[in-house]
Write a protein that binds this ligand. Structure first.
Ligand code: FAD
Length: 492
């Protein structure tokens, strides 16, 4: 049996996956070094900065706070401050439909039932049935799909896995599953658009991912005071406090692989030896750094999730009656999504999401002004230059937003910054996809890259493109599975 304090771990990348893996392994006594190519930790969990102001650059929707807290507490992190800074968003979100109607999602069951009755009389009973069935599905599927890795093919072919898949209606899409409960198309959209959080279309994402709309409803959407990226700052402090060796500005060029064993990393031409390596870059990029042809069997043609055009802007006025999270759907929402997901084209009438943090946190914007984040789902590859396409798209979406919710917006914009899939790609996100590998059947569960490399010994992986998948709490859960497995293997 090996003593954990003798295990020397290198982590390539300090995204949420790498940071949480480091905290968990350090808490068990391992010596841990993070090699991060950027000048700060956090990866996609970052702020966009303009002058002295900052707004979340990527994640804004805090889901499953209990999962986040329990993983961090399990890593020995003092979560007192984090708990204090988490605030429930109520309403959770406002959805604007093309016909001008508006629907609110509430965490509170009575309020949600009343809102459903207002929007579509007689359907609150369908909501109750949906929540009852989805709770069973969540309780059933979580231990099988979130609490374990698929390291052997026989795991997926086991009777338990197959029967759970059947009960989880894995043969349906998220949209088809919502259709079984809700008559009103607007409600179907309200309970299936959450696949966009992980870069998939409701119609093309397996029903198992209905656990996202369920979890959102059952556990709420939360906001972290200061912005979600504050979490990266808190974890950076925790890493320093517990003695993790953090090396920012260290881009790993390749892994040291001898025979079929990974023994360290190379940065700036210099080799750094370690017992094991955890890769937290976007998984398909592993091939470039692993760099040994005979190990390529674990690689294949992966499909990235959708990308985003992101707008960050300051307006020199305030609007009344706003809410933190808003979705604006076009007419023929499904067809517009098909344009992105099937034809790989920018839709003529895009759907978009708007985040207005100052509705819940006055500290983020100057008084009398409005800080806005707009996310427009787009394909990752298009004909033409992203810089030009994004400029036009930005104008179109902001005009639409002006008409539907923020009168006079265009003449009040003080500054506007735009990010495109080209920026995501140059940051290192495979194919420019924002959310990791697309959540398709062929890239989920056993078919997704796993927490341990199948061919190279001593090489592990965490992150949005690795099982169990993307989104902050789920990547953290993957880091937990990986750390437990690594420790089990190294002790033998
Ligand atoms: C626009 C957008 C909106 C999102 N919204 C939400 C949301 O509302 N809620 C939610 O839960 N999730 C959301 N997500 C998803 C969430 O951000 C990701 O699932 C999560 O942050 C991914 O973490 P990660 O550890 O996989 O990797 P990353 O955050 O990508 O971090 C990987 C790190 O590895 C580093 N790295 C890569 N290669 C090397 C190398 N060779 N050497 C050294 N360092 C390297 C990178 O610089 C980076 O810091 C959103 C994502 C985006 C882009």
């Amino acid at each position: 049996m090996r003593n954990q304090s003798e295990i020397d771990v290198a982590i390539v990348g300090g995204g949420i996956g790498g940071m949480v893996a480091a905290l968990l392994l350090r808490n068990k006594g391992c010596s841990v070094t993070i090699y991060e190519k950027e000048s700060r930790l956090g990866g996609r969990l970052a702020f966009h900065r303009h002058d002295e102001w900052r707004i979340d650059q990527g994640p804004t929707v805090v889901l499953l706070p209990q999962m986040i807290l329990s993983i961090l507490e399990g890593a020995g992190v003092d979560c007192t401050k984090l708990k204090k800074q988490l605030t429930l968003c109520e309403p959770m979100a406002r959805i604007h439909f093309a016909d001008g109607t508006v629907f609110h999602k509430y965490h509170d069951v009575a309020q949600q039932m009343a809102e459903i009755e207002r929007a579509s009389p007689g359907e609150s009973v369908n909501f109750q049935a949906y929540m009852t069935d989805l709770k069973k599905m969540y309780d059933d599927a979580k231990p099988v799909f979130l609490d374990r890795a698929f390291l052997r093919k026989r795991n997926v072919l086991s009777w338990r896995t197959l029967s759970t898949l059947w009960r989880a209606k894995a043969h349906l899409s998220v949209e088809q599953l919502a259709r079984k409960y809700f008559r009103d198309e607007r409600l179907r959209h309200a309970f299936s658009l959450q696949t966009l959080y992980i870069g998939g279309a409701p119609k093309g994402t397996p029903g198992l991912y209905s656990l996202i709309p369920y979890a959102e409803q059952a556990f709420g959407i939360w906001y972290l005071q200061g912005g979600y990226a504050t979490l990266a700052e808190m974890l950076t402090e925790a890493l320093e406090a517990c003695g993790v060796n953090v090396r920012c500005g260290y881009p790993v060029e390749r892994l040291l692989v001898t025979g079929s064993r990974c023994e360290g990393v190379v940065v700036g031409g210099q080799a750094y030896n370690h017992d094991v390596v955890v890769y937290n870059g976007d998984y398909p990029n592993l091939q470039k750094v692993a760099g040994v042809a005979e190990h390529d069997r674990d690689q294949r043609q992966w499909q990235p999730s959708s990308g985003c055009v992101l707008l960050y802007l300051m307006a020199d006025c305030r609007w009344e009656q706003l809410t933190t999270h808003q979705f604006f759907l076009p007419s023929q929402f499904d067809e517009q999504l098909d344009t992105i997901f099937k034809q790989s084209k920018v839709p003529s009438h895009p759907a978009y999401y708007v985040f207005q943090p100052q509705t819940i946190d006055e500290t983020v914007a100057p008084s009398g002004k409005t800080l806005l984040y707009v996310l427009i789902p787009v394909p990752t590859k298009i004909d033409g230059q992203w810089s030009e396409v994004a400029e036009q798209l930005s104008e179109q979406v902001l005009l639409d937003l002006q008409t539907r919710a923020l009168p006079g917006l265009m003449e009040h914009i003080e500054w506007l910054d735009i990010r495109t899939p080209a920026d995501a790609q140059s940051f290192g996100l495979y194919g420019g996809g924002s959310f990791g590998l697309a959540p398709t059947w062929s890239q989920s569960a056993i078919f997704r890259p796993q927490i341990k490399h199948r061919e190279i010994e001593g090489l592990y992986a965490v992150g949005a493109s690795v099982h169990p998948g993307g989104g902050i709490p789920i990547v953290m859960q993957g880091a937990k599975l990986m750390a437990e497995h690594l420790l089990k293997e190294m002790r033998v």
